[in-house]
Design a protein around this ligand. Structure first.
Ligand SMILES: C=CC1=C(C)c2cc3[nH]c(cc4nc(cc5[nH]c(cc1n2)c(C)c5CCC(=O)O)C(CCC(=O)O)=C4C)c(C)c3C=C
Ligand SMILES: [Fe+2]
Ligand SMILES: [Fe+2]
Length: 354
């Protein structure tokens, strides 16, 4: 019985060509219930995302959630869908193209870049197989999540390992765990926000909203909460904001468990009731705009704040394809490619082979 997929025989010479796998969550192929069902099924069946014992969770997911949520989520996706597809995918493609061009200016060894999604397409399998087919014997896995969370970053790593489990000739792998406090990331965020304020004026308060996770994840050792707070503080100091000029909140709660607090929805309601004249919200943990920023923050959030009595509300877009962010991505990649940034010729020469 063949447990492992066939490999070229004789094997290629050990290749020092580097593959960079830009990894993100993934998004449905279309804003329809039909496309949402398999996407949500794959996403919500991941133990990293939902830790409820499988025999209970399968019943809830297959028997209730997947009958209701795909239609509701499809309506939300339809409200943000672009003519080129889901925003997350549109920005992921732009990031990849710009990153590839700029990496070429710094990395002298041959390399290839692919996009791989934890859920949906392009799958991690297609990305890794493509890198291998292009001759990459070394792969740097670069999750586009600045803050490490088991439910996002570790889920990327799991998806990568699941593909490697089927391979006989496994490439060398490096992973980037987090960069929540990386000076170039913080600088990219700060100058992006400053530019926004130069064009649109400054708010009374800035809310930094991060995707939530269940509170017990943090209690059991997930460093995500601390990393979000660290990003928030560094960003506030880069923007020279005093303690009363900004707040940190957590969004996108799912299910009935307690999630990280304060909840963004409650905060927007109470800031609206305080009759704030202008509130801006930014989502530093999202490297690109997506359903959770464009629908939940820009649309729903605005409604919550203003219906509670708040004034102007601005959602500051994610870093997306901003040049400062692409430069930060290249810096982070280069730092993690140290020792791999030597050409195949040099390596072979070092080892005395032709
Ligand atoms: C069920 C629990 C969820 C956890 C835990 C979770 C963690 C988590 N998610 C992101 C980033 C994104 N999530 C997105 C969508 C999304 N998230 C959940 C649930 C959990 N996420 C669901 C069910 C969905 C799908 C949409 C819906 O039906 O509500 C997205 C947007 C994807 C898109 O297509 O635009 C992102 C990005 C992080 C970073 C994270 C842990 C820190
Ligand atoms: Fe999520
Ligand atoms: Fe959401």
């Amino acid at each position: 019985m063949a447990y492992y997929n066939p490999e070229p025989h004789p094997p290629h010479a050990a290749s020092t060509k580097v593959g960079v796998l830009l990894a993100n969550l993934g998004t449905p192929d279309a804003p329809t219930a039909k496309a949402l069902r398999p996407y949500l099924n794959q996403f919500l069946m991941d133990r990293r995302v939902v830790e409820i014992p499988r025999f209970i969770w399968c019943w809830i997911l297959q028997g209730i959630i997947l009958w209701i949520r795909p239609r509701k989520s499809a309506e939300k996706y339809a409200s943000i869908w672009t003519k080129n597809g889901s925003p997350l995918m549109v920005y992921a493609r732009q990031q990849k193209a710009l990153f590839e061009t700029q990496l070429a200016q710094q990395l002298t060894t041959p390399f290839a870049v692919e996009l791989g999604m934890t859920y949906g397409n392009p799958s991690m399998k297609s990305a890794i197989e493509s890198l291998k087919a292009q001759g990459c014997g070394r792969i740097l896995v670069f999750p586009l999540y600045p803050q490490y969370a088991a439910s996002s970053t570790a889920a990327v790593f799991d998806a990568v390992w699941r593909v490697l489990l089927t391979m006989r000739n496994v490439p060398a792998i490096r992973t980037i765990k987090d960069y929540h406090n990386h000076p170039r990331y913080i600088q990219a965020l700060a100058s992006h926000i400053q530019t926004y304020w130069q064009q649109h004026g400054q708010p009374e308060k800035l809310v930094m909203s991060f995707h939530g996770v269940p509170k017990f994840h943090a209690q059991k050792g997930d460093p995500y909460y601390e990393q979000c707070l660290a990003t928030g503080k560094l960003l506030a100091s880069a923007l020279a904001l005093s303690g009363d000029q900004y707040e940190i909140a957590f969004q996108s709660r799912f299910g009935r468990q307690e999630w990280l607090q304060p909840y963004l929805a409650n905060m927007l309601d109470s800031l609206g009731k305080q009759k704030l004249k202008r509130l801006d919200v930014v989502c530093p943990g999202f490297s690109s705009d997506c359903l959770e920023t464009l629908e939940e923050i820009a649309m729903e959030g605005k409604h919550l704040f203003q219906s509670a009595g708040g004034g102007d509300y601005h959602y500051i877009p994610a870093l997306n394809a901003e040049s400062g962010w692409i430069e930060a991505m290249v810096t982070i990649a280069m730092e993690n490619l140290q020792g791999w940034d030597k050409s195949a010729v040099n390596q072979d020469a070092m080892h005395g082979s032709a």
